[in-house]
Design a binder for this molecule. Structure first.
Ligand SMILES: O=S(=O)([O-])[S-]
Length: 278
């Protein structure tokens, strides 16, 4: 079992259910469909609403908006600085893509206390506080913002220009966390080319989970990273296609005290400007 104060299971829901400032996000967003079950008091959110998506040749695509704007967007859903937020998605077995990590990343950035539900929807179902989406009117489409600029946040993220300067350094370890077939050249999510950043190593985010979609233990995940020849002194850069899968890897490796930054412009942008290989 993965142990961290910010990775919780169903008991956390039961303990906090009646707290006024407790908000549960179902991060499946636009992927939800009729017949799905959600936590009965869940706020359904889609990561795209909180992410810059409108850059030419994918420039800055995947970066968050600036903090004040994110706070304004979250506040429309009853989430503010005093909230205690739990995020869940489908387990990886059912195609969860790390959206829980993405929201945690964004909420941390805004200074909002946030937690990831290990086991995702499985754990929600165990609480029995669920409701079924019975018709289309219960589904909402996310409000995509194509006007606001990206926030170029350097502390947790690395931008393309810096990565171009350091990606060949020996102590910089770049992890491609997409599916292995994408690393090997298969295009699933529309990047310009197949393949991976030259010199990067494949570490599909799904490796962090067991068959039921629960995170492996701290020791197991740590040894998967150490086995790649990466130490706690190395600088790790994680990337995927738009920064979603990489966000959950970023969050978990940060909890394990690795030095990690997120390349959220991702392989989509790298294809236009950087060296790649198949
Ligand atoms: O998860 S993703 O951003 O690579 S589509």
């Amino acid at each position: 079992m993965f142990k961290n104060d910010f990775v919780v299971r169903k008991d956390f829901i039961l303990e906090n259910r009646n707290c006024e400032n407790f908000v549960v996000i179902d991060a499946r967003g636009d992927m939800l469909k009729v017949g799905d079950f959600i936590y009965d008091k869940a706020v359904v959110l889609d990561w795209k609403e909180f992410t810059f998506l409108n850059g030419q040749d994918c420039k800055y695509v995947g970066l968050p908006f600036e903090k004040e704007l994110l706070l304004e967007k979250f506040s429309k859903y009853g989430i503010n600085k005093d909230s205690k937020v739990l995020v869940y998605i489908n387990t990886t077995k059912n195609c969860g893509m790390g959206e829980d990590g993405r929201f945690k990343f964004l909420l941390n950035f805004c200074g909002i206390e946030s937690y990831i539900l290990d086991g995702g929807v499985n754990e929600v179902l165990k609480t029995e506080f669920v409701k079924e989406i019975t018709d289309e009117s219960m589904l909402q489409k996310s409000n995509i913002d194509l006007e606001s600029p990206a926030f170029l946040e350097y502390e947790k993220s690395i931008l393309t220009d810096e990565l171009l300067n350091i990606y060949k350094n020996e102590n910089v370890k770049i992890l491609d966390v997409r599916y292995e077939e994408e690393y090997k050249g298969h295009i699933i999510f529309g990047e310009k080319f197949g393949g991976h950043i030259k010199g990067s190593m494949s570490f599909p985010y799904t490796k962090m989970y067991d068959d039921e979609g629960y995170l492996l233990s701290n020791e197991k995940i740590e040894s998967l990273i150490l086995d790649k020849g990466i130490s706690k002194e190395d600088e790790i850069i994680v990337y995927c296609t738009t920064g979603i899968r990489a966000s959950i890897v970023y969050e978990i490796l940060t909890m394990l005290n690795f030095k990690v930054r997120l390349y959220d412009e991702s392989f989509s942008r790298w294809c236009f400007v950087g060296e790649y290989e198949v």
